[in-house]
Design a protein around this ligand. Structure first.
Ligand SMILES: NC(=O)c1ccc[n+]([C@@H]2O[C@H](COP(=O)([O-])OP(=O)(O)OC[C@H]3O[C@@H](n4cnc5c(N)ncnc54)[C@H](OP(=O)(O)O)[C@@H]3O)[C@@H](O)[C@H]2O)c1
Length: 384
């Protein structure tokens, strides 16, 4: 029996992780859950999955949850310290990291330091501090298993292969809902339009990131850090059908790919049950129904977020954390109707241009760069 804590259990990845666990009751058991302020949903999850410990990032939400659970055998913690305590909870073998944004960084680090296997969905922490996280994982002898469909596909393709025999990683991107829009049409996109993703059903932040292609940019940096492959060897291919989840080209010209239905429960289950493969009742991939599979070059002129992510990844140091923070501020401002769709990229560009980079940052440098970039981005919103 694998004992599992899910950080971000009330989100899109978190709820799908619980669905997978419910199908494998003889193998997988929930011991910890966390959310930010979704009290009603996490209360339902407690009733159904009986965890030992739960944390809410917002103190009032934790208070409300304590009142609801009453005398039940579950500890309810609050704040970032509470989330970190769930990350380190001695009863768990594996921690699923599905918190959105930079709030994922500290709990991921602490889960690694306490020796947990990590099933990693959250990309922002690896973008900000990938080198540090990978070093800590090595030091603690901890395995990090990617949950996101693209890095999960690459992880599977690289299994048993020598890293120095890789020529290129090819990350696929659906292209989001606006791939065929003209630049003038992109200007007037509303949050409601941007939240309607054609292929994947995800949380709000990652859905906007998919529409700007920043999501793919963050994945480029994530893959660079995670697989220790040079940025120049990582390419993005637009693949609207989202059935080829990513590919690895080796030095002899052989290319391996992972294909599958567009359903996050497949890579989630792979990570939860790894190194075993277990059967499930999800529908099989029907290639004839999805024919033809298309592949196109990304348009960096129309979607500059991807270009800025390549730049930040190449420069390294504190720059990826700065890009990530500026983007988080800009996406929130867009969702709140304060800036336009094209301003999201512009905010990131301006903040990156102002940053004095630290080349070999420690954790404090990274957190400092994150705070600095948030402040600069908030000031920059007024110029949009
Ligand atoms: N969704 C997907 O299909 C998908 C696929 C691949 C990778 N990812 C990555 O996985 C991560 C999560 O994505 P998602 O779509 O599942 O996001 P989501 O639906 O927005 O869920 C985010 C989770 O994080 C919690 N949270 C938000 N702010 C927090 C904070 N400050 N402190 C602690 N917890 C906080 C939320 O709690 P509340 O619900 O209480 O607000 C929720 O449980 C992202 O990094 C994303 O890029 C997602």
């Amino acid at each position: 029996m694998k004992r599992i804590s899910i950080l971000g259990s009330t989100g899109s990845v978190g709820t799908q992780t619980l669905e997978v666990i419910a199908t494998l009751p003889d193998r997988l058991q929930v011991v910890g859950l966390t959310g930010k302020d979704e009290v009603e949903l996490i209360h339902q999850q407690i009733e159904r999955y009986h965890p030992e410990v739960v944390a809410m990032a917002e103190a009032p939400a934790a208070g409300e949850l304590r009142r609801r659970v009453g005398q039940k055998e579950v500890r309810v913690l609050s704040g970032e310290e509470g989330i970190v305590e769930v990350a380190k909870h001695h009863g768990a073998d594996l921690v699923v990291m599905a918190i959105v944004g930079s709030a994922s960084l500290t709990p991921t680090l602490e889960a690694i330091r306490s020796g947990k296997t990590i099933a990693l969905a959250s990309k922002e922490g690896v973008v900000m501090a990938g080198r540090l996280l990978m070093e800590e994982a090595k030091k603690s002898g901890v395995e990090i298993l990617p949950v996101d469909s693209e890095p999960n596909a690459i992880f599977q393709c690289l299994r048993g292969e020598e890293r120095r025999k890789v020529r290129r990683l090819l990350l696929t991107a659906s292209g989001g809902p606006f791939y065929n829009f003209s630049e003038s049409n992109l200007k007037s996109i509303t949050p409601a339009q941007a939240l309607r993703h054609p292929t994947w059903k995800m949380g709000r932040k990652v859905t906007i990131d998919s529409a700007t292609l920043m999501n793919k940019g963050l994945e480029v940096i994530e893959a660079h850090n995670f697989f220790d492959i040079d940025i120049s060897q990582i390419e993005v291919v637009i693949h609207p059908q989202a059935k080829v989840h990513s590919l690895v080209e080796f030095v002899d010209g052989s290319v391996m790919a992972i294909l599958g239905i567009t359903d996050m429960r497949v890579p989630i289950q792979h990570a939860l049950t790894y190194p075993e493969r277990t059967a499930n009742k999800l529908p099989p991939l029907d290639l004839t129904e999805n024919s033809p599979l298309e592949f196109k070059k990304p348009d960096l002129g129309k979607f500059p977020c991807l270009k800025y992510a390549y730049e930040a990844g190449k420069v390294g140091g504190t720059m990826p954390a700065v890009l990530n923070a500026a983007n988080e501020v800009a996406v929130e401002a867009f969702l709140n109707g304060k800036i336009g769709f094209l301003d999201i990229a512009e905010v990131s560009r301006r903040v990156m241009a102002e940053h004095s980079i630290i080349r070999k940052p420690d954790l404090n440098d990274i957190k400092g760069a994150d705070t600095w970039a948030r402040e600069r981005a908030k000031e920059g919103l007024r110029k949009c």
